[in-house]
Design a protein around this ligand. Structure first.
Ligand code: ADP
Ligand code: ZN
Length: 609
């Protein structure tokens, strides 16, 4: 056992983690804990919460105890820490008895700097007794929103964590969460006895995520183009609403040459575990999934999240897209949606069990999500406003900022549509109403005598796709309702009177005329490696994969993408130069430095053309 005084926080930052500077509030949080104070930290995913407790745990005497609800996450975190040379371990029910005993022994001998525990394990009298016997540097309560009984991640054990304050009054505590809302924050502070702690509230913006929402034309083609043009070889998640769509889409992507795996609650547990494992361990796997996938998956290098169906709410959208780019590197969230999504989700809400009030809530959440899809201003500003945060300027990194949508005066078209809905008796879905407007002669029109209506054929000037755009936007703005209980029949609302009377005008968003317009303007690839650097990038990734496989850990435990990217641009030639790269600390240099330098040298020797 060494008797040296612990290193300073900055020393740990540089030498253990290989980072040059603290980020955001990290330094202030760490100082608070170093001085023995408590902290409550609200930071978005990818903001850098872990260092807030890992560094003070290493820079204060004793062992830091981290309470985390997810066993899978613990294991990843501990592996990453060990690769960086930190004496870390976890105790949970998945661990064989003899290994658990080893760890307890190490703990009692002062041989651990960080110990990860599930809450139920911590609260066992035996564990608490063990902790009483040793020196503790801090308690970190990760995913602290699990104390909230209103949230979906509620864990009853978290309610008892206030005992830490009573039993260990001199050990500083830090609670961390990425959940933004005020009510949850208040609840965390109250239930964990952290009202007098210093609160650190960060912006919930995820600036590295590019938000894009596009209308569905030919979703498979759109997806394919996105993957081929921008995400070649990258890992990502494709969300679909139904299990069958998950399986069909995954099969189809495999046929197109992608490494795609399905994931939904209907698959056998072993298959799910295997697909999740491959997603974490292999490079460039695409998981096609229902919302059953994602919780507790802490893969930092997910480069894209695509939704092929509309999420139910803005909260769900933000949480699901938030799984992209946890490493802070550029990532893309692409949502494709269409009128059929609006109808389908409306029907699901109507058909779901639950009170009228519950359904009203669901509908209003759905409407907020649709509103986000249809806005013509910055998506990020709207998203953040939804979480009560103001972004002063448009972000410049969402589709509406990058390619401002054009608008047109849709007053007349809207009036035509609304009267056609009225004349057909508010009993028909969008497809039929549009057929009437465009003067179709199909069998259904004749069966209902709709070719006799005054609105038959008055909308031949707009294409079907354009009419669908009008319907969608009128639904989103509350002029029309989709009756989920009546097969998606369109109905007028009170709000449409002034429009029908000609007292109100309405600006609508133009449909992108054709797909080809977008084709001519390829967007910058999310993770930008130039064509000539591609071979080096691939070689570095292969080297990382080999080292990871040898150790049975995911590739990002060896180095994150950001580190490899910096190697590509800086081309370090010596150990000293390699140490200057973000994410390369002393221990990783010793372990992994030589093989990476070798790869870099190979490329140095070749002329660059
Ligand atoms: P969170 O837990 O808030 O989601 P993490 O702690 O996992 O975020 O950190 C997100 C990413 O940012 C990780 O890749 C981490 O290595 C990196 N990171 C954190 N702090 C710094 C820093 N000061 N400098 C450089 N990279 C950092
Ligand atoms: Zn924007």
């Amino acid at each position: 056992m060494s008797t040296q005084p612990p290193p300073s926080p900055r020393h740990v930052l540089e030498h253990t983690f290989g980072f040059a500077d603290f980020r955001g509030p990290q330094e202030a949080v760490i100082s608070t804990l170093m001085a023995g104070g408590d902290a409550l930290v609200l930071m978005p995913t990818g903001g850098g919460k872990s260092l807030c407790y890992q560094i003070p745990a290493l820079a204060r005497p004793g062992c830091g105890v981290v309470i985390s609800p997810l066993i899978a996450l613990m294991q990843d975190q501990v592996e990453s820490l060990r690769a960086a040379g930190v004496r870390a371990a976890f105790l949970n029910s998945a661990l064989p008895l003899d290994e658990a005993q080893d760890i307890e022994t190490q703990l009692l001998h002062g041989e651990l700097d960080l110990l990860y525990l599930a809450p139920e394990r911590l609260l066992q009298p035996r564990t608490l007794g063990l902790l009483q016997r040793i020196q503790l540097s801090l308690f970190a309560i990760d995913e602290a929103h699990c104390v909230s009984q209103w949230g979906h991640d509620f864990r009853a054990d978290y309610l008892h964590l206030n005992c830490l304050h009573e039993q260990f009054p001199n050990v500083p505590r830090i609670a961390l969460t990425a959940t933004a809302d005020q009510r949850t924050r208040g609840e965390i502070a109250r239930r964990l006895d952290l009202e007098s702690a210093r609160h650190f509230v960060s912006s919930f913006d995820r600036p590295n995520i590019q938000y894009r929402i596009a209308q569905k034309n030919n979703p498979r083609r759109q997806l394919l183009r996105f993957l081929r043009d921008e995400q070649q070889g990258n890992a990502g998640i494709v969300y679909c609403l139904s299990r069958s769509k998950v399986e069909n889409t995954a099969d189809w992507l495999c046929q197109q040459g992608f490494a795609a795996l399905p994931y939904h609650a209907g698959l056998p547990a072993e298959t799910r575990a295997e697909h999740q494992r491959r997603f974490l361990r292999e490079d460039g796997i695409i998981v096609v999934a229902t919302i059953a996938f994602g919780m507790g998956i802490d893969k930092p290098d997910v480069r894209f999240v695509t939704h092929l169906d509309l999420p139910r709410s803005v909260e769900a959208y933000y949480q699901e897209t938030g799984r992209a780019g946890r490493d802070g590197e550029p990532a893309t969230a692409l949502l494709l949606y269409g009128l059929e999504d609006v109808v389908k989700l409306g029907q699901m809400v109507a058909g779901s069990e639950g009170s009228e009030e519950h359904k009203r809530g669901e509908r209003s959440r759905l409407n907020a999500m649709l509103g986000l899809c249809e806005i013509t201003s910055c998506r990020r500003q709207a998203l953040l406003r939804y979480f009560a945060e103001e972004l002063p300027q448009p972000c410049g990194n969402c589709d509406t900022c990058l390619e401002p949508p054009e608008t047109w005066d849709g007053t007349q078209a809207a009036a035509k549509l609304l009267s056609c809905v009225y004349r057909t008796g508010q009993r028909f879905g969008a497809a039929h109403v549009i057929d009437v407007l465009r003067g179709s002669n199909n069998e259904k029109i004749h069966r209902f005598d709709h070719h006799q209506l005054s609105t038959w054929g008055i909308g031949a000037d707009l294409a079907t796709a354009e009419w669908r755009g009008v319907v969608r936007q009128l639904v989103v703005r509350g002029y029309l309702e989709v009756d989920g209980a009546a097969f998606g029949a369109l109905k007028l609302t009170e709000a449409c009177r002034p429009l029908l009377r000609g007292e109100e005008s309405i600006q609508l968003r133009k449909q992108p005329e054709s797909v080809s317009r977008q084709e001519r303007q390829p967007r910058p690839a999310a993770a930008d490696i130039s064509a000539e650097d591609q071979p080096l990038w691939e070689a570095l990734r292969a080297c990382r994969k080999r080292l990871a496989d040898e150790r049975g850990v995911p590739p990002y435990v060896v180095f994150h993408d950001a580190t490899l990217r910096e190697m590509v641009s800086a081309r370090p030639r010596s150990e000293t130069e390699l140490l200057g790269i973000t994410g390369v600390g002393d221990s990783k240099l010793a372990r992994f430095g030589a093989p990476f330098l070798e790869v870099l040298q190979d490329f140095d020797a070749q002329p660059a053309d």
